[in-house]
Design a protein around this ligand. Structure first.
Ligand SMILES: Cc1cc2nc3c(=O)[nH]c(=O)nc-3n(C[C@H](O)[C@H](O)[C@H](O)COP(=O)(O)OP(=O)(O)OC[C@H]3O[C@@H](n4cnc5c(N)ncnc54)[C@H](O)[C@@H]3O)c2cc1C
Length: 416
């Protein structure tokens, strides 16, 4: 079923009786070529690119809940490719290019809105670091513009430029950054994957792996045993728990991350803005709510709800750059479980168990990676070798000393 203006008009005139479900509710087959565990954005994108780019359509995506119940439907929707290190930047820039063509590719309105992302800086050393990052981005083909205080003042006159503690001295702008409607991404990939023959199995939790003689031959689920030639784990915040079922300890901690939406305001924030002296970022939704967030909750947890000290900390960050936010009321808030890797960078790799693959460690920045992650994971599954833009995302990089620590913070998840 194609979405088109003509289809909408026809349905409107004929009582909307011709719409079909966006994806089927199939019964699991006994075996597949590839099973993907986790129908978040990354799992669904992997299935879609497997079918579309690599002609592998005997694929099932197994989801313990429903599509969009994980982080893909809980994030703050920001996309950007403002990374610095060679292991990361080409990957995220490629993801950005895929976002730019995604709506046409999926024939689905995922509301890609390239309204720009502005990272504020508050002192001279920070400006120098941002110049370095901007140059690295431009060398990798991304866009980056350094703004001084006056430039930022024109964009956001309501910021507190005279704060004695955190004076705003300028910012690094990526004009092509922005936001995408998060759950629509899951629905778009699901619909197109289903169209190409992928089985999406909701309420089908993987409870163990069938591993015989060092080879993974399938999974045991709440809907019975399902065999597969390849099993691709893609469960974000549940990475540690699921990989433990295969006896593998991944260098990942799970933490809660919270998001907040204010009551609707008139348009005020031009794009996405991040505070440079603390962890706070904000954008404004099309309905007018300020969508914002900050740091992860400090302790390890699998609960999808957060604690109040972080709420206070996030709101303080907001107040520090725009005191007028103090008059807005918070309408709703929620938490998601993020898979924080020890260097802040992800994994797309094979494991030592034949037929078992792993994608995870996306921390609080994996939404923007969704298209490239799906493509690169599909590439690995189809060709048994990493895609060139994801070649550094290996599980053994800590033992080799080749960590990808974008911020140079070491093994401290809350600082990445
Ligand atoms: C509050 C918050 C804000 C964020 N903001 C941003 C942002 O602005 N920009 C950005 O780029 N990133 C952001 N992120 C991070 C981003 O959302 C994640 O990195 C990304 O969504 C993770 O990939 P996913 O979509 O595949 O994960 P998920 O949607 O979590 O998918 C994993 C799926 O696996 C399923 N699963 C788990 N265990 C099993 C099992 N045993 N069997 C079957 N299924 C299983 C889960 O139910 C889940 O649906 C944010 C995250 C949070 C929580």
């Amino acid at each position: 079923m194609r979405n088109s203006g003509f289809k909408i008009l026809t349905e409107a005139l004929t009582g909307n009786k011709g719409w079909k479900a966006n994806w089927r509710q199939p019964t699991p087959k006994s075996a597949y070529d590839v099973i993907i565990v986790g129908a978040g954005g990354h799992g669904l994108a992997t299935a879609y690119y497997l079918a579309k780019e690599f002609d592998i359509t005997n694929v099932a995506v197994l989801e313990k809940g429903w599509i969009g119940s994980g982080n893909v439907g809980r994030n703050t929707t920001i996309i950007r490719s403002n990374y610095m290190l060679p292991g990361n930047e080409p990957f995220y820039e490629w993801s950005m290019k895929l976002w730019e063509g995604l709506e046409q590719d999926l024939n689905y309105n995922v509301m890609v809105s390239q309204r720009g992302i502005l990272n504020l800086f508050h002192n001279d050393p920070q400006r120098d670091t941002f110049i370095r990052r901007g140059n690295a981005m431009r060398l990798a083909g991304a866009d980056a513009v350094l703004l001084d205080r006056e430039d930022v003042q024109k964009m956001c006159p309501f910021f507190d430029f005279n704060s004695s503690r955190f004076p705003i001295k300028g910012g690094l702008l990526q004009p092509r950054g922005g936001t995408v409607r998060h759950d629509a991404v899951a629905w778009g990939y699901a619909r197109k994957g289903d169209e190409l023959g992928v089985d999406i199995l909701q309420n089908c939790e993987v409870q163990s792996f069938m591993i015989e003689g060092g080879v993974c031959k399938g999974v045991e689920t709440t809907k019975g045993s399902i065999k597969a030639k390849k099993v691709a784990v893609c469960v974000a915040g549940s990475s540690g728990r699921v990989m433990a079922m295969a006896g593998i300890r991944v260098p990942i901690e799970s933490h809660v991350m919270q998001a907040f939406v204010s009551e609707a305001l008139k348009p005020v924030i031009p794009g996405v803005v991040t505070f440079g002296a603390g962890h706070f970022y904000v954008s404004q939704s099309d309905k007018g709510g300020l969508v914002f967030g900050g740091d992860i909750d400090g302790y390890n947890s699998y609960a999808q709800r957060g604690n109040l000290p972080v709420v206070e900390d996030v709101c303080e960050g907001g107040m520090a750059i725009m005191p007028m936010i103090g008059r807005a009321r918070i309408l709703r808030m929620w938490g998601g479980t993020v898979d924080m890797s020890m260097d802040g960078s992800p994994f797309i790799d094979k494991t030592h168990i034949e037929g078992l693959y792993f994608n995870g460690g996306w921390c609080y920045g994996g939404f923007k990676a969704t298209p490239a992650s799906g493509w690169c994971y599909a590439h690995l599954l189809a060709n048994e070798k990493p895609h060139e833009v994801a070649s550094e995302f290996r599980l053994d990089r800590f033992s080799r000393g080749h960590i990808i620590d974008e911020k140079g913070m070491g093994a401290q998840p809350n600082l990445h």
